[in-house]
Design a binder for this molecule. Structure first.
Ligand SMILES: Cc1cn([C@H]2C[C@H](O)[C@@H](COP(=O)(O)OP(=O)(O)OP(=O)(O)O)O2)c(=O)[nH]c1=O
Length: 192
């Protein structure tokens, strides 16, 4: 049995390491991330995690772990911004209100699939022009759902959250440990 992390995100590898787990292989999946017409954020996020886990080639006894992180403002999905202009638009929308960060994790072993969604409520303060421009110049928004990363400079903009901090970063470690154990991975045992 091998553990395969199906993710190109260095954050997910680091969060797995927080559990003392090093994957045997990292095989990032390549799937279409466009939402379906009128698809809501939570089912969208769960669908992407599932499709990522299904897209990773693995042996019948291997365990595949994938995740997707989606920022939701009400029914609206804020994906990864295409450019600094879109990042600015997202951060302006998010500032001064609450939004949700959903991370769905999918664990697959052969034909069996486990999916869990973890929803965190987050409040971002309204950003001044100085704060917004400094953040855009940092480039930290690139490749991040909603255009920010709580684990970096944007941590200074987050005044409150309820849920899973590691879920916002990209891999909720408590739920990941439970799902891996359900699939038969020795989270607290001998991994040799
Ligand atoms: C909201 C938020 C998102 N993110 C990141 C986590 C994810 O990497 C990214 C959302 O994109 P995802 O599509 O979830 O993941 P990814 O494309 O980076 O990697 P892969 O599909 O190969 O696993 O946003 C943060 O790092 N911090 C945050 O605070």
């Amino acid at each position: 049995m091998k553990l395969i992390l199906g993710s190109a995100s260095p954050r997910r590898k680091d969060l797995l390491a927080q559990l003392g787990i090093a994957p045997d292989a990292i095989l990032p999946p390549d799937i279409d991330e466009d939402p379906l017409p009128r698809e809501l954020p939570r089912p969208y996020c769960a669908r992407l995690a599932r499709e990522k886990a299904e897209a990773v080639a693995a042996g019948p006894d291997d365990i595949v772990l994938c995740a997707d992180t989606t920022v939701a403002l009400g029914r609206r999905i804020l994906g990864k911004p295409a450019d600094a202009g879109e990042a600015a638009a997202f951060l302006t929308l998010l500032g001064g209100r609450r939004h949700q960060v959903i991370t769905a994790i999918a664990v697959r072993r052969g034909p069996r699939l486990w999916v869990r969604e973890v929803v965190t409520d987050v409040k971002m303060k309204r950003l001044s022009d100085l704060e917004l421009n400094a953040y855009l110049a940092s480039g930290e928004w690139e490749g991040k759902a909603g255009g920010y990363a709580i684990q970096g400079l944007a941590g200074a903009f987050i005044t409150w959250l309820s849920g899973s901090f590691t879920g916002v970063v990209g891999l909720p470690v408590a739920e990941t440990a439970v799902l891996l154990a359900a699939a038969g991975y020795p989270v607290y045992g001998d991994k040799a």
